[in-house]
Write a protein that binds this ligand. Sequence first.
Ligand code: UD1
Ligand code: F6R
Length: 371
Amino acid sequence: NKGKYEHYMQKEIHEQPESLTTTMRGRLIRGGSCKSKSVLLGGIKDHLKTIRRSRRIVFIGCGTSYNAALAARPILEELSGIPVSVEIASDLLDRQGPIYREDTAIFVSQSGETADTLQALEYALENGALCVGITNTVGSAIARHTHCGVHINAGCEIGVASTKAYTSQIVVMAMLALAIGDDTLSSQARREAIIDGLFDLPSKVKDVLKLDQEMKNLAQLLIAEQSLLVFGRGYNYATALEGALKVKEVALMHSEGILAGEMKHGPLALVDETLPIVVVATRDACFSKQQSVIQQLHARKGRLIVMCTKGDAASVCVGGSCRVIEVPQVEDCLQPVINIVPLQLLAYHLTVLRGYNVDQPRNLAKSVTTQ
Ligand code: UD1
Ligand code: F6R
């Protein structure tokens, strides 16, 4: 049931304040006796000791689920102190990459039925790793075959393009980082700030959804373009990849997410006054580096659309003309949840304006159960 919406993708984008609330329900604890704020993930609490002792955490997924793991990697590394790698399931299988008994392998999948991810799970089980699932579908193959896991509880996702599952996956992985790091005293203030940030997140997502009309106007401007680049780094490298994935899969427009730190190693050659480029430059530890990327793109007359923190328009756009998308600021590790929303809206409107089927893009299936 699409309710007041025209398409499932549109409905699922707009219901993210609610889906995120459901994802967190019963899992965040504020107040209490000894510890003031903490996280409780019922599905993994008995396995936390084993996870903390593991030599490496390996995330494994495909498409949007892979991007979500990439978004969560920095906070996992920071709060766990354990090396974290992120693998595309098919690539891990192609290489038969090493997986050890001392590894925690985390399988991220909305459907829980993706063939590549499922096969990588069988492979990790054979190699003796602790296998954890992060899935949206209770009773799915991945939920059944993993040793333990967390359901993201985002509600059924019908649009082929994953939207609300992506933001809920990131939130679950941030909660996982909080749970793993829970025994470290030195990071307690940081963890409490993130928990406060999680409580506020649904209302911030509601704010950023107000950009709907602005994104429709931007889509109008880009309707006939051949290509769109998206630059990001740090927490928002994933935003660049995921934004570009949405645009290519539904709007059928070539789009590429680019790690801004790699700009000078090739992509800069593409920049001219015609190619539209989105630069994600919200406030975090990478902000000044992104400012200098913007300046260099300006110097090449790049056609820039800068996503920045509310109030930063003047400081990101010095000396050049660019379009600005201003978004609310949240805790740095949660910022990818906010930043993807305008790009989901852009992909949605571009698709509708270009006259394509937004809920069922050509050649794609919701659940990829064949290899
Ligand atoms: C569970 C209940 C929830 C109830 C809550 C009350 C289910 C599905 N969930 O939620 O309805 O409100 O307790 O405390 O009944 N699992 C995997 N692999 C996965 C995902 C999950 O093995 O990919 C396992 C978990 O280890 C756990 C079970 O499935 O044993 C349920 O996981 P989850 O729904 O995340 O647990 P709770 O949040 O505790
Ligand atoms: C993109 C998209 C796909 C899926 C991928 C993995 O919008 O939906 O890239 O993310 O096929 O699917 P799951 O998460 O079900 O394993």
